[in-house]
Ligand binder design. Structure first.
Ligand SMILES: *[C@@H]1O[C@H](CO)[C@@H](O)[C@H](O)[C@H]1NC(C)=O
Ligand SMILES: *[C@@H]1O[C@H](CO)[C@@H](O)[C@H](O)[C@H]1NC(C)=O
Length: 352
């Protein structure tokens, strides 16, 4: 028995190859022996072709008509490092679709029609470093399907329909450096979701529907250089949320959100600007959505105006209080004098 439960059936091509010096290559594909590259790009293939040479290092199936990847489609391809399947119509990955691919480093499934990932998706792919799943129809990420991607560095999930991510979904991805979740439907960035991502350098969350970033959500990130939050539904943020980023330098992208420009927001941004390691890269493009008086103005152009009204009202209150106190003092003094005057007249009367 070969590893992965390979039966006699998958030995036949090997035997043929060895005994007759017969070179395998799928019909319709082009095999570059010197580079161990099998090119099946845009051949109108409806399924993964059989007879792929076992020494294949890179298999290109881009732009075909695949609708599913069946179980054990790549069985025996122990040498495969790069598998490209973008721009097909793949809707289903059957269980064990990627069995045998223990050494695969790059998998491209972008531009397909995947709505969900099977529970065992990552199971045999423990060497995978780059995974593209962008431009699919994914709705959510559960805790299991990414669980064995222990070597993963780059994960592209952009342009899907992801609304919910289980808080443990990324908990095995401790080497992840690039995570792209742009153009999905996320509402909240939850505490704990990124708790294992100490190596994360680029976190792209632009063009979602995020209105809430929980206070501890960014706290575990130690290596972040870019945080993209542009094009979301942020109206306000807390300074504390960003202060928790213990990094050397992090660029923040925060434009195209419906910011409510009040004194509080101005203070938050001014405090962020004063933290050396944080840079709001697109500060000049941060435009107020509300209140009506400020709508359409850039936050930068309002300078410190937003807190002027607040300062003024503090002044008015202070002056009012002061005046009241002075008034009370004057009145007390007046009363004292009156009392003194009346007691004087009384004592004069007594003398008479
Ligand atoms: C997908 O493949 C088709 C046909 O092979 C091609 O016309 C189209 O440009 C490709 N699209 C992308 C996004 O690669
Ligand atoms: C976007 O978020 C808001 C709450 O901030 C919610 O009411 C709305 O339904 C969300 N839209 C989508 C498309 O998820």
């Amino acid at each position: 028995m070969l590893p992965g439960g390979c039966s006699l059936l998958c030995l036949i091509p090997l035997l043929l190859n060895a005994s007759f010096g017969f070179k395998l290559c799928p019909t319709d594909c082009f095999c570059y022996e010197s580079s161990s590259l099998v090119d099946c790009q845009a051949r109108g293939l409806a399924r993964v072709p059989p007879s792929i040479p076992h020494s294949t290092w890179m298999l290109d199936l881009v732009g075909n008509r695949l609708t599913e990847v069946r179980s054990r489609s790549f069985v025996g391809l122990w040498s495969l490092r790069i598998l490209l399947m973008s721009n097909n119509s793949i809707q289903t990955l059957q269980p064990q679709a990627f069995s045998s691919l223990h050494f695969l480093e790059r998998l491209d499934l972008s531009f397909n029609r995947l709505r969900w990932l099977p529970q065992d998706f990552s199971q045999t792919l423990s060497s995978l470093q780059q995974l593209r799943l962008d431009h699919n129809l994914l709705l959510h990420l559960d805790s299991a399907s990414l669980a064995d991607f222990e070597s993963l560095r780059k994960l592209d999930l952009s342009s899907n329909r992801i609304r919910v991510i289980d808080v443990r979904a990324f908990s095995s991805l401790s080497l992840l450096s690039h995570l792209n979740l742009e153009r999905n439907r996320l509402n909240v960035l939850r505490d704990g979701l990124l708790s294992r991502q100490q190596s994360l350098e680029r976190l792209l969350l632009g063009h979602n529907n995020i209105s809430v970033i929980e206070t501890e959500a960014l706290a575990p990130l130690r290596s972040l250089t870019l945080l993209g939050l542009q094009g979301n539904q942020l109206e306000r943020v807390r300074f504390k949320t960003f202060l928790k980023l213990q990094t050397t330098t992090t660029h923040l992208l925060l434009s195209s959100n419906p910011w409510i420009c009040d004194c509080e927001l101005q203070r938050v941004f001014s405090k962020i600007q004063h933290v050396r390691r944080l840079r709001v890269y697109d500060y000049g493009d941060i435009v107020c959505h509300a209140p009506p008086l400020q709508a359409g103005s850039s936050l930068a152009s309002l300078d410190s105006q937003l807190c002027v009204a607040e300062t003024a009202s503090v002044l008015v209150i202070t002056i009012t209080v002061l005046l009241a106190v002075i008034g009370a003092l004057v009145k007390a003094e007046h009363n004292r004098k009156n009392n003194q005057a009346s007691s004087d007249t009384e004592s004069e009367k007594d003398e008479k």
